[in-house]
Design a protein around this ligand. Structure first.
Ligand SMILES: Nc1ncnc2c1ncn2[C@@H]1O[C@H](COP(=O)(O)OP(=O)(O)OP(=O)(O)O)[C@@H](O)[C@H]1O
Ligand SMILES: [Mg+2]
Length: 271
């Protein structure tokens, strides 16, 4: 194997994928199914719920009790105090800028089949760049997860990427922006793409979700402008039913899993 293809293999092997898009477009569904698909190949997967309105655990089919036990990292006040040397909520004091974070996934994540799920939780004024122990800690953690882990990392984010620092954004191998047929999610995608470029994200792709037929797909294609479409996920009532029952779409929606498998393959082939 040439050195070049060796590095390409390593890139695919330790792929760092961030998923964003307008509210309700299907970010969490895609994050969960993709995580399962990588894990089914025997790879170690870290699934990171970075949406303040966290619900990735539900898409893995965890029970209400398991979800209750899975504390968001942002709520672990004692841990943040111990690691940064300052209590969350305190301002202006002295604290460590490079706290230890590499044991967080193992220590505070939830182990599923080949997947470790970690929930970041709400960050106070994260986008305002508040310079306080909890934000420094959570940003350092996110950077560690995206830049320093030897495993597949999938980050389920909110709409927009403003809470990523430049160093973290540069570590993302692929940013997937989910859209649905309609102007609003496409508008969000264009905004996110512009932001991603200025932050140094190398590759941005669009995933079309809730596609009811070729006409929907054509609508999305006609409105992509300079964005690249990676693939489509059809509208599937079974996904909503899984959501209502608290089941994992990976278990109960085989057609959708197949479509996401094709998206994963397209991602691995895309340059
Ligand atoms: N392909 C699909 N077909 C039908 N329903 C879907 C599809 N994808 C997602 N849904 C439904 O749309 C809703 C939103 O999906 P999901 O939670 O994955 O989106 P999200 O972008 O993560 O939302 P949020 O912004 O609230 O975090 C859910 O009820 C889900 O079941
Ligand atoms: Mg979500």
């Amino acid at each position: 194997m040439s050195l070049d293809s060796f590095f390409v293999q390593m890139l695919i092997f330790f792929m760092k994928i961030a998923i964003t898009g307008k509210g309700g477009v299907g970010k969490t569904t895609l994050s969960a199914v993709l995580s399962h698909l990588y894990a089914s190949e025997g790879r170690r997967v870290l699934a990171v719920d970075a949406d303040p309105d966290a619900n990735l655990a539900q898409a893995f089919g965890l029970s209400a009790e398991q979800i209750r036990d899975l504390k968001p990292i942002s709520e672990l006040t004692d841990l943040i105090t111990e690691r940064t040397g300052a209590r969350p909520g305190s301002m202006g004091g002295v604290f460590r800028l490079n706290p230890k974070v590499d044991d967080i996934p193992e220590g505070y994540g939830k182990r599923l089949n080949g997947i470790t799920l970690i929930v970041i939780g709400k960050t106070k004024e994260a986008s305002s760049g508040c310079y306080c122990p909890e934000n420094v800690f959570l940003r350092r953690l996110l950077r560690h997860l995206v830049v320093e882990r030897d495993e597949v990392v999938i980050v389920d984010m909110e709409a927009g990427i403003e809470h990523l620092t430049r160093g973290t954004a540069e570590g993302v191998d692929a940013l997937l922006v989910v859209v649905e047929p309609g102007q609003r999610s496409l508008q969000t995608a264009h905004t996110v793409k512009g932001m991603a470029e200025t932050m140094g994200v190398k590759r941005v792709f669009v995933v079309a979700n809730k596609v009811r037929g070729d006409e929907d797909l054509r609508y999305i294609e006609e409105n992509l402008e300079d964005m690249r479409l990676l693939g489509r996920i059809s509208y599937n009532p079974a996904i909503m039913e899984a959501d209502m029952k608290g089941e994992a779409p990976y278990q109960s929606c085989p057609e959708t899993v197949e479509e996401v498998r094709r998206i994963k393959e397209a991602l691995e082939e895309a340059r």
